[in-house]
Design a protein around this ligand. Structure first.
Ligand code: OOG
Ligand code: NI
Length: 307
């Protein structure tokens, strides 16, 4: 079998993202160990990654218009848009290349952007103090066929480390702004496709009960399980783990890092007669849901992490 350069590149980018994320978020290993221990899986490779998520700052040269070019070059397609009025966020989801075949293993991407110009003058001034050093779109000068260059770009600081005072001022107005000013493009979460696990664990209710028995703390905003109005997209997530962050002035302060999500996508009504072994992604509920996502964002918010 021959693999196209793009396939190789996208795989390398994904594994770089997942490696750093697993190192930074101890809950990833905790969830995997619990699943191995209970015999839910024999190997972590069996897990389908439903989607991964990124956050961006909506300012000139950055934001989704810049960020999405990376994954669209790798074959991802932009799909539906979502608007979060109160949180001042816009988002899209992107479907992976060859979703039907040959690559059903690649995750969807959910990427969001803060509408910076809707914040207070003070918050805008703080954000621009950092982001204004980016005077041209950094993705335009990136070789998008070079997985290592992309990997480096996604894990490099795009602007100076914030001061603790600036971080805290942003935190008081927009938890999302504070998260991005410190964490930049760090992977925000990966998502276990619960529906592909073995019976007894393949509904969100069963899986959430399992996680709670094992002592994992879950995001309770709007209820532990978030359900789309059609009933077919059901999601839950851990509360983001706190990391000791070092600020520009040398101050160390515990801030929210990343989290883990769990999603059950139910089989769509026309396909419910199909035997389980014939079901693939295209038979299940696709996309995302504004009402669910709005609460999942809060996995990194003080209202959850400080409980
Ligand atoms: C993304 C929150 C939304 C989903 O699956 O709806 C989300 C974030 O926290 O950046 O992940
Ligand atoms: Ni998500």
């Amino acid at each position: 079998m021959t693999t196209s350069p793009t396939t190789t590149t996208v795989d390398a980018v994904m594994s770089g993202l997942m490696r750093r994320y697993s190192e930074r978020v101890p809950d990833v290993q905790k969830v995997l160990d619990a699943m191995l221990d209970a015999g839910v899986i024999q190997s972590p490779n069996e897990i389908e990654n439903d989607h991964i998520a990124f956050r961006t700052m909506g300012v000139p040269n950055l934001g989704l218009a810049s960020f999405e070019k990376i994954f669209m070059h790798l074959g991802y397609e932009r799909r539906d848009s979502y608007n979060f009025v109160e949180k001042k966020l816009s988002a899209y989801w992107y479907s992976p290349p060859g979703v039907d075949s040959p690559r059903p293993d690649l995750p969807r991407i959910f990427a969001s952007e803060l509408r910076v110009n809707e914040l207070s003058v003070e918050a805008q001034r703080i954000i621009h103090r950092y982001t204004d050093t980016v005077t041209s779109d950094p993705v335009d000068s990136l070789d998008l066929n070079d997985a290592q260059a992309i990997d480096q770009f996604l894990h490099q600081p795009l602007w100076e480390t914030p001061t603790l005072a600036d971080y805290q001022t942003l935190l008081a107005e927009s938890e999302y702004a504070a998260w991005v000013i410190y964490n930049r493009y760090y992977l925000n979460h990966f998502t276990i496709s619960v529906h592909n696990l073995k019976p007894g664990y393949n509904t969100i209710d069963e899986f959430v009960a399992f996680l709670q028995e094992r002592g994992l703390r879950l995001n309770s905003a709007g209820g532990i399980i978030k359900v789309s109005p059609d009933g077919d997209l059901r999601q839950a997530s851990t509360v983001a783990q706190m990391i000791d962050a070092e600020f520009a002035d040398g101050a160390i302060f515990r801030i929210a890092g990343s989290y883990v999500e769990f999603a059950e996508r139910r089989v769509l009504p026309p396909f419910r007669y199909l035997p389980a072994d014939q079901l693939t992604r295209q038979h299940r509920r696709e996309g995302f849901e504004t009402g669910n996502a709005d609460k999942i964002f809060e996995s990194t918010f003080t209202t959850q992490t400080g409980k």
